[in-house]
Design a protein around this ligand. Structure first.
Ligand SMILES: Nc1ncnc2c1ncn2[C@@H]1O[C@H](COP(=O)(O)OP(=O)(O)OP(=O)(O)O)[C@@H](O)[C@H]1O
Ligand SMILES: [Mg+2]
Length: 359
């Protein structure tokens, strides 16, 4: 059997989910695989009574996850909102995995998302041969989720054209999806709900109508509030990444991760960590997700072309790529940061040299 490159959350964490389901004695909403308490435990990690260890998936405030999970137990849909790379898609996948045991009912929102993608389409060969019939109908993930009472995920909701977004209004308020061609409707079974994600960089692309906004409970996922928590996120994700990619590298020294995260946080916030020097911010977002890639890329370099231990030289190329998104503007920002901050910082000599060599 060939191994897949990326497993769904419910496959990757099948053991944890099964153990949680076995131990979970709290009430479960209709058609939920776990109780809300167990879902939050799955997301944030913890130790069960029998000593079984649940790994943390989301690192951040517990209350936010409680609000998200509680929303899904009501008749309102959940909108995860925030800047890029704040784990919106990640949380949405894990929520669906834990609650419905399946994270694959997914609609990717784009400027080209059509009404058919949201509601249903037709198998045209059959439609022409037999006319409209249930067999010629091609269900969207949304319709299937309604029929089976499961969670549906909608990525990048604000990229979807406004008129297509509005098809959701009936679904979310009446919990039904009519098919006029067949004179039928699909009524949502208990357990159905929707998790949408949107990022604020796309704000204004296709703002949510207020009618639709009212049908969502919005949970804003913040950037990690401290250096320590961001370092923890990067460390944890990189560790699992190297496991799946089977990189023959040593786990990166915490010190290297701390440096990458420090650079990201300083440039993002426009000031050095000690607050003494003001900096210009580059045009890119410098999200936690990108910090994870920079460290992951550095590890690949060190595993295949170095001695397996992550050095500043392995990180430099990735750092540069993450910071310089606009070849003119960002280059100036980066040079200034390099010369005024990195060069002067104790113990960062190797970073300075490595970055100078390639810029
Ligand atoms: N607070 C966090 N806890 C755990 N992992 C995090 C956290 N913040 C970011 N990550 C990691 O960042 C990566 C990217 O997250 P994800 O793709 O979900 O971002 P997103 O918010 O959907 O971004 P976009 O708006 O670009 O779609 C994931 O691998 C996730 O593990
Ligand atoms: Mg996303």
């Amino acid at each position: 059997m060939t191994e897949v490159l990326r497993q769904h959350a419910e496959q990757l964490y099948a053991e944890e989910l099964a153990e949680l389901a076995r131990r979970d004695e709290r009430p479960r909403p209709p058609n939920w695989k776990l109780s809300p308490w167990a879902v939050v435990t799955y997301l944030l990690g913890g130790r069960l009574d029998n000593g079984f260890e649940i790994s943390p998936k989301y690192i951040g405030e517990r209350r936010l996850m409680e609000i998200a999970v509680a929303t899904l137990a009501t008749d309102r849909a959940l909108l995860l909102y925030g800047v890029p790379g704040t784990a919106k898609s990640w949380v949405s996948e894990h929520l669906a995995a834990a609650i419905a045991g399946d994270s694959t009912l997914l609609i990717q929102g784009t400027a080209g998302t059509s009404e058919e993608a949201m509601r249903y389409g037709w198998n045209y060969a059959r439609l022409l041969a037999e006319g409209p019939s249930p067999a010629a109908l091609v269900e969207s993930p949304l319709m299937r989720g309604m029929r089976e009472g499961r969670l549906v995920r909608l990525e990048e909701l604000t990229r979807v054209p406004a008129d297509v977004q509005d098809t959701l209004i009936t679904v979310l308020s009446e919990k039904t999806l009519p098919v006029p061609e067949l004179n039928i409707e699909v009524q949502a079974a208990k357990g159905f709900n929707l998790i949408a994600t949107a990022n604020n960089r796309d704000k204004g692309v296709n703002e949510l109508s207020s009618a639709l906004k009212r049908r969502f409970n919005t949970v804003v996922l913040p950037l990690p509030d401290s250096l320590e928590s961001e370092v923890e996120i990067v460390q944890q994700r990189v560790a699992s990444l190297t496991r799946t990619l089977e990189l023959p590298a040593e786990p990166p020294a915490l010190e290297q991760i701390r440096r990458v995260v420090t650079v990201f946080r300083e440039l993002r916030s426009g000031a050095t960590a000690d607050g003494k020097t003001r900096l210009k911010s580059p045009t890119g977002t410098l999200s936690t997700a990108e910090a994870i890639s920079v460290v992951g890329h550095g590890l690949a370099l060190s595993a295949h072309f170095g001695d397996g231990s992550l050095t500043a030289a392995d990180l430099a190329a990735g750092l540069l790529g993450a910071v310089i998104k606009d070849p003119v503007q960002d280059k100036v920002v980066w040079q200034e940061y390099l010369e005024t901050v990195v060069k002067e910082r104790d113990g960062w000599n190797d970073v300075y040299r490595a970055c100078r060599e390639i810029s």
